[in-house]
Design a protein around this ligand. Structure first.
Ligand code: HEC
Ligand code: HEC
Length: 348
């Protein structure tokens, strides 16, 4: 009797240590290698600002108000934030954008996140800067159909805006230029640089899991994913244009960059998008052809669909199901801390 009691007691101890050992192993398996000096090239510094439009709190606040103000559209219903919705990763969750009066646009709405770091703007790079881009949607009849003269006259009449412009751009008129500059200053605050991946790169080995770390290796490995040739550090884009083999239904062909620069290699080439916060911006590609990140990876694994002018870097990939899941898991580490969608009360 006595003997078995001791044995039981002993067994109890054993299972305690056994459990502790197992927990230890699990934790060890989750600890991934430390980031190397080379991994630090992914760290984003502060976004650059043009000399003629340095950011100030007043400029950013003015730009925030303008970005979310539907009174700037032709019928008072559409703002930049209608399509670049903070709750939807600063995109719209749609295959392609939908403009004023429900007009379906030809291309997907890209995120505004980290456009501060871009050197090329729009899917085909037809805009040179955020300032250069900002009035485009207002002037486009299918998007906001703004009567710019009337909109600027309205801004000049509202005391709330009068004082905001005076503080943001003292000595400059309320006009197209200051509207564009304020919107651009606001967009430069929409930054994702605090993801779990960034924390791992900065030295926190517990910020990503073993699976996510494996996905990162596949992302970089020239013999595996080879994604990094285009989705390059630090913002997961080379700011270049590539044809990745997206098929277009007949009647919906899109030549992309070629329409801006007619070089044969650019037929069907589009700007490499950032992958930061990509988890939040499904569906994917310039025409919304991929419903989720697994579909995107499957697209690359089969080497694209329309291979008539595809980039030499898009070819069938040797990635099994587990590796494909690892790549998706890695991309989800690029989501920054969700930024509060502080939609302002509109100036009166
Ligand atoms: C009707 C939906 C819609 C509205 C409204 C809209 N956008 Fe867009 N935005 C898009 C689409 C679609 C594109 C891509 C078009 C293309 O590349 O041809 C785009 C592209 C952009 C880009 C380029 C992003 C990149 O990665 O190159 C920026 C910046 C941007 N919009 C900011 C704005 C601002 C500022 C406003 C308000 C003045 C605005 N948008 C209003 C749909 C919209
Ligand atoms: C040859 C350059 C190139 C390579 C290689 C490449 N990409 Fe891309 N990627 C692009 C371009 C360009 C686009 C936009 C294409 C389009 O919409 O027509 C894109 C789009 C994407 C998107 C959609 C983003 C969005 O906002 O719509 C994801 C996700 C993505 N790539 C992930 C990957 C992964 C993962 C790999 C590796 C398996 C990879 N890419 C390899 C250039 C590349």
């Amino acid at each position: 009797m006595m003997k078995s009691k001791i044995a039981l007691h002993w067994l109890g101890h054993c299972s305690f240590w056994l459990a502790a050992a197992l927990v230890g192993t699990a934790a060890a398996a989750e600890t991934v290698p430390a980031a190397t000096e080379q991994d630090r090239e992914w760290l984003l510094g502060a976004p650059p600002e043009p000399a003629h439009n340095r950011s100030t709190p007043e400029r950013i606040e003015l730009g925030r108000a303008l970005f979310f103000d539907p009174r700037l559209s032709g019928n008072g219903t559409v703002s930049c934030g209608s399509c670049h919705n903070p709750a939807l990763g600063w995109s719209d969750g749609l295959r392609t954008g939908v403009g004023i009066n429900g007009t379906v646009l030809g291309r997907a709405t890209p995120t505004v996140v980290n456009t501060a770091y871009n050197t090329q703007f729009m899917w085909d790079g037809r805009k040179k800067s955020l300032e250069d881009q900002a009035l485009g949607p207002m002037k486009t009849p299918e998007e906001m159909r703004t009567d710019l003269a009337a909109a600027i006259e309205l801004l000049g009449r509202l005391p709330g805006y009068q004082s905001m412009f005076a503080k943001a751009y003292p000595g400059e008129a309320i006009g197209e230029e200051t509207v564009a500059k304020a919107i651009a200053a606001f967009e430069r605050t929409v930054v994702s640089n605090d993801s779990r991946f960034d924390r791992w790169v900065s030295g926190d080995r517990r910020a990503i899991t073993a699976q996510e770390w494996r996905g990162y290796q596949l992302f970089k490995d020239p013999a595996k994913g080879n994604c990094v040739v285009c989705h390059a550090p630090p913002n997961f884009t080379d700011n270049g244009y590539h044809n990745v083999g997206i098929a277009h239904p007949s009647g919906a062909e899109d030549l992309g960059r070629y329409k801006i620069r007619p070089a044969a290699v650019l037929k069907g080439a589009f700007k490499t998008p950032t992958l930061r916060d990509a988890e939040l911006t499904a569906p994917y590609f310039h025409n919304g052809a991929a419903a989720n990140l697994a579909d995107v990876v499957a697209h690359y694994v089969r080497g694209g669909d329309d291979r008539s002018n595809v980039s030499k870097d898009v070819r069938k990939l040797d990635l099994d199901a587990r590796e494909q899941a690892d790549l998706v898991a890695f991309m989800k580490t690029l989501t920054g801390a969700v930024r509060a969608a502080s939609i302002p009360a509109l100036p009166q």
